[in-house]
Design a protein around this ligand. Structure first.
Ligand SMILES: NC(=O)c1ccc[n+]([C@@H]2O[C@H](COP(=O)([O-])OP(=O)(O)OC[C@H]3O[C@@H](n4cnc5c(N)ncnc54)[C@H](O)[C@@H]3O)[C@@H](O)[C@H]2O)c1
Ligand SMILES: [Zn+2]
Length: 379
């Protein structure tokens, strides 16, 4: 078994609102059973709570529990129900109560073993329980490995908006075992690929070309190409977070596709589409908007759009209510001083943030994308 892993260090300098943080992201194939010595090296307390969901509990959480137990830790498991509809303050309360029953104090650590929902929710619990306890991310979906486990945004949803309750809370370390992707359903793999396309579109033209050339292979069950992509995406995200941990400006570029994507999630009760599918639609619309508002060249728009179409998100309920979607965007965190802000692209690999296109153009782009055929590029 290959037990070597690569290590990328995230170095966040102190800013006006944050202290400095340095932590590693370990990536490797089949490394879950080696988490014990790493946890020990990073001074994780003996009592550990593994937060997971029902699916991942059976697949990996008990494996992580055994690995920690073998190394002298006292790991307990708390299992939350799967799905975005459960990323709520009610589930946070459920976890607090369980932790209280298990005698957790400030000398307890949390380990999130699962996708972005487990990671975001467990991270929020870690940030708030007894004013903050150590936290480790063990992401098991592609989306969580390339995005949500890195950068310290943690939180839960309210019925009227995504991630409206949250904190910036960095983990002690991130532990990515790419072998976990072998059990991931194709739909979830595609959802993660949506965030990968985002990185290419906003920061890395070469990555976008790589995706274009390999998308057929990436959509196959064979996940051997993913380690390289995951490391590249983690490096891209780290470079953004290091410049602007608290999203006072530049980090907003990571929201490309998300102003519209989050509204789609809220309007479909967080249950019809995965986050990745919602932002696939979001990026289609915001690519169109980028052409009109930022002069994105048509060739670049076509390259992004063609990749997004290959991710084939499920159809939206017809007819799509563009006015309702637009109104829902105002509940989003990205609204400032009553103005809707978008992160768009000037060209592939070059993003811009704080854009405020006219309502008319936003709705026009939505109508254009939502009325174009499922496998048809609008360019
Ligand atoms: N914090 C951030 O910076 C950030 C960034 C991007 C997305 N997010 C959030 O991440 C969430 C989405 O995360 P997600 O797409 O990972 O969804 P998820 O956590 O719901 O996981 C998707 C599904 O896959 C299952 N699963 C997980 N790992 C598996 C595996 N290895 N094998 C088989 N099944 C597995 C889960 O049980 C779940 O049913 C959203 O809430 C989104 O807002 C946060
Ligand atoms: Zn996202």
């Amino acid at each position: 078994m290959d037990r070597t892993f690569s290590k990328l260090t995230v170095e966040i300098p102190a800013g006006p609102e944050n202290s400095s943080h340095t932590y590693p992201i370990f990536t490797g194939q089949d490394i879950l059973s080696t988490i014990g010595p790493v946890a020990s090296e990073y001074h994780i307390p003996e009592h550990v709570i593994i937060i997971t969901d029902a699916t991942v509990e059976k697949l990996y959480a008990s494996h992580v529990q055994a690995a920690l137990l073998n190394y002298g830790f006292r790991p307990d498991i708390i299992t939350i129900p799967s799905g975005e509809a459960n990323k709520t303050p009610e589930t946070v309360r459920f976890v607090y109560d369980k932790m209280h029953q298990l005698g957790c104090g400030r000398d307890t650590a949390l380990v999130a073993v699962g996708g972005g929902i487990v990671g975001d929710l467990a991270g929020y619990v870690a940030a708030t329980y007894r004013r903050g306890i150590p936290f480790i991310q063990v992401p098991t979906t592609l989306l969580a490995q390339v995005d949500s486990s890195v950068g310290g945004k943690v939180g839960v949803n309210l019925p009227y908006g995504k991630n409206l309750i949250g904190a910036f809370y960095q983990p002690r370390f991130v532990f990515i075992d790419t072998k976990t992707l072998t059990t991931l359903p194709a739909r979830e793999l595609k959802s993660g690929l949506a965030e990968v396309v985002k990185y290419g579109a906003i920061l890395d033209r070469e990555l976008l070309s790589l995706l274009t050339n390999t998308i057929d292979d990436l959509l196959k069950p064979d996940v051997s190409r993913f380690p390289e992509i995951i490391e590249r995406c983690c490096a891209l995200k780290s470079s953004v977070v290091e410049k602007d941990e608290r999203e006072s400006g530049y980090r907003e570029i990571l929201n490309f596709g998300h102003t519209i994507g989050h509204a789609i999630e809220a309007c479909t009760n967080y249950s019809l589409l995965t986050h990745g599918e919602a932002i696939t639609y979001g990026m289609m619309v915001e690519t169109h908007l980028s052409v009109n508002h930022c002069g994105l060249p048509a060739d670049d728009a076509r390259a992004v759009c063609s990749l997004l179409l290959r991710l084939s998100p499920p159809p939206l309920p017809e007819p799509v209510d563009v006015d309702q979607l637009y109104q829902t965007m105002y509940s989003d965190k990205k609204v400032r001083a009553g103005v809707l802000r978008f992160s768009l692209i000037n060209k592939v690999g070059d993003a811009t943030f704080g854009e405020t296109p006219d309502e008319h153009y936003v709705k026009q782009s939505m109508r254009k994308v939502f009325t174009t055929g499922e496998d048809e590029c609008v360019y």
